[in-house]
Design a protein around this ligand. Sequence first.
Ligand SMILES: *Cc1c(COP(=O)(O)O)cnc(C)c1O
Length: 389
Amino acid sequence: MQWHYRCATCGATYEITPDRYLCDPCARGQQAARPLEGILEAEWEGDMPGAGVIPLPVEAAWFPPIPVGNTPLWAPERLRRDFAAPGLWLKDDTCNPSGSFKDRASYLVAAFARKHGVKEVVLASTGNAASSMAAVGAAAGLPIKVFLPAAAPIAKRIQVLQYGAELIAVDGTYDQAFDLSLEYSTKTGSLSRNTAYNPLTIEGKKTVAFEIVDDLLRAGAGAPAHVFVPAGDGVILAGVYRGFENLLKLGRVDKIPVIWACQAEGSSAIARALAAPFSASDPFGPPRASKTVADSIAVDVPRNGLHALGKLRRYGGRAVIVSDSEILAAQKMLSAGSGLFAEPSSSAAFAGWLKVRDRVPGGENCVLLITGSGLKDIEAAARGLALET
Ligand SMILES: *Cc1c(COP(=O)(O)O)cnc(C)c1O
């Protein structure tokens, strides 16, 4: 297999090297506080991988010794009955080592870093990417430096320190942490794992699509018709699409499911852009300060917004916006109705499904991506419980 990067905008190709992040000509027009231009996708030529193999741009031997992915896909029987939804499935990525979906990206980035003898991996994060890279970095023996907003939930901060990474608390937003970390990695030559900016963060997340298709087949349930994805920066969303694009190329599925971008009312840039006219020259417009209980999907600027929007438009993806009270109510309903305690961002996927389920034909498979553990943000869950009384 021969791998390279291809620009999702202009089609230019690049070698996959540690200092390659964006497409130069496309990124040249980048404006401050706007989604990234010149996002690159990994692509292979030549041999098709064997049955059951997920094609990835780093050889298996480089992956660190920690069990990422292969998370359970299961049927929440009581919720199925209560909502007359026999096709409802939960893909439980809280089972990843650091408790979130982000481990899928960290795993590929760590493998790449090992292969290329990278000295340090640097990133900004709202919390989960940091705790994830710290965990996977610990398994790999890689030094990790994270720029984290001081307001990140305490469990995520403690995880970072517990795994032995270096934490730089940023007295500001995630967006400011993003810029600071880029300044640092550009200056030092450290590998940046900033989400969207490093193309491997998108590529690493595609593995979930392969697993969903295999899991459903094994369960005798056919192909996924809908996948509900909590979206902030839009990297998981684009990663899921990349996975299905690969699966289509490999002939393992015959169509791409309807992907639903589930966003919080206080951080809904991708949903708003999808609703904007196709001809709008700047569908994202100026950034809006985010405000939601779902910290993992709170972004002022969706870094992968343009890329994610392109996929949603191309494949007829949809978006659904849910309020904080809907998120917290859904969090409790999911916990008490299935036994899966998810953090608010992931509960937004369930809240989104609750909101649009009448528009989804009854028997069709709906897979909810449950991306993070509820234990990562106990305060948010406590707020939800307080609202009940
Ligand atoms: C990061 C994250 C998301 C959102 O992913 P994006 O790529 O930013 O859209 C959703 N859920 C959890 C738990 C996350 O950590």
